[in-house]
Design a protein around this ligand. Structure first.
Ligand code: PHE
Length: 393
């Protein structure tokens, strides 16, 4: 090789090195802009929850559960660092949820996000987390499509494909009901999805659904359901499936009973709120829901959680308290196992969660980033939710 050629080769190698060095620096600073990967002072996790508005108990219970978990977790920390949550109130609204996710990523530079609860809210925020490459794990959104947003989106709860089947079987087999009406909250992806799973299973077993999904609907914030209920009453069902959220459910059941409709109403986890009994009064007796957790579970770990929660907040924990508690612990466990604090490493660690023993069940995140877990059927009564059965997936 001539000196010239040698010089050229060296120059090319150097240029290549410099360029690859530049690229590398660019990549690193792109990640660094979103979140520092090393030398963290603390681990910052964004928490998107409805703290106000018609589904506010979901957010309040979640944050209570998360704070209870963090109290003991932060005594030792995760990899020697404390976890700090930044709570962002989405008011139960999709647009607010999207804004909250963006703010947590861009302003607070969070390592990961936990939230939200109502599936339509999580569905609105998830695409932003996915595009930004920031892991988002919902502890509670059960609509099938939530985790289909992409590989950064996961959940630590079961899905409606499971809970809808649990309630269809409970209606048909346990209660022996044959003729159902389904009432749908048209503003909720959760309600529409769960309704269609129930319909498919109930009819497959031999039951009859005598309502049309476009006909027996309402929307969130409605307060007078009497003309809808009149229509339902005329169809003369022996059971009503109502996959809604507690505020409208509480009012609707009260109105139904006052109209002489005494058949059982069945619902899903959306009924699980300390406010339900308050809204419906005596009318809440004799109805049933599927949910994630029962405070009557005799498992000593559950009972310890129940007593710690009651001591801290003066109230028995509902499903959302337990899901928030488990959710943050699953996330902390993942961060502990992750190769670094980078978003991609935290995502990989969350998605490979196996056999995490939570108080809402045994959590394994499957290849679709959903958790396969047991459900419980609860009877709603004025004095609280009574445990009926546990159903394994
Ligand atoms: N599963 C509900 C949804 O996806 C949210 C919810 C979970 C509400 C648990 C209460 C308790 O919309």
């Amino acid at each position: 090789m001539t000196n010239f050629k040698r010089g050229l080769a060296l120059a090319l190698t150097l240029t290549a090195l410099i360029f690859s060095g530049c690229n590398k620096q660019k990549e690193e600073s792109a990640t660094a802009a979103a979140a520092p990967v090393t030398n963290l002072d603390e681990i910052v996790i964004g928490a998107v929850f409805p703290m106000t508005g018609p589904i506010a108990t979901y957010g309040q219970e979640s944050v209570n559960g998360i704070n209870l978990a963090l109290k003991s977790l932060n005594e030792t920390g995760v990899k020697g660092k404390k976890i700090r949550i930044v709570v962002q109130d989405n008011k139960g609204e999709p647009v607010e949820s999207a804004n909250a996710v963006r703010k947590l990523i861009e302003v607070d530079k969070v390592q990961a996000i936990i939230g939200s609860v109502a599936s339509s809210n999580t569905l609105a925020g998830a695409p932003i987390a996915q595009q930004s490459g920031v892991p988002l794990m919902t502890p509670a959104s059960t609509n099938e499509t939530v985790t289909q947003t992409g590989d950064y989106i996961s959940r630590s709860c079961f899905t409606d494909a499971f809970q809808g089947v649990v309630m269809a079987k409970f209606a048909y087999e346990t209660l022996g009901k044959k003729k159902a009406v389904i009432i749908i909250d048209n503003s909720s992806d959760y309600s529409r999805g769960l309704a269609s799973v129930f319909r498919a299973k109930f009819t497959e077993m031999g039951g009859q659904v005598v309502s049309n999904d476009n006909d027996t609907t309402y929307t969130q914030k409605d307060t007078d359901f009497r003309s809808l209920l009149q229509k339902v009453k005329r169809a003369d069902p022996d059971v009503i499936f109502l996959p809604g959220y507690y505020t409208e459910v509480g009012l609707m059941i009260k109105q139904a009973r006052s109209m002489g409709m005494n058949m059982p109403f069945l619902g899903g986890d959306g009924w699980d709120s300390p406010k339900l009994q308050e809204l419906a009064g005596e009318a809440i007796n004799g109805n049933y829901i599927s949910s994630h957790f029962s405070s009557e579970d005799s498992d000593p770990r559950v009972q310890q959680f129940v007593s710690e929660y009651e001591k801290a907040y003066g109230q028995k924990p509902g499903a959302m308290a337990a899901l928030g508690y488990d959710g943050i612990l699953v996330m902390a466990d993942a961060i502990m196992r992750a190769n670094s604090f980078s978003h991609a490493d935290i995502r990989d660690a969350i998605n490979s969660t196996k056999n995490y023993i939570g108080i809402t069940g045994n959590i394994t995140i499957d290849e679709n980033r959903n958790a396969k877990k047991s459900a419980v059927v609860l009877e709603t009564t004025v004095s609280g939710m009574k445990f009926k059965q546990k159903v394994n997936p």
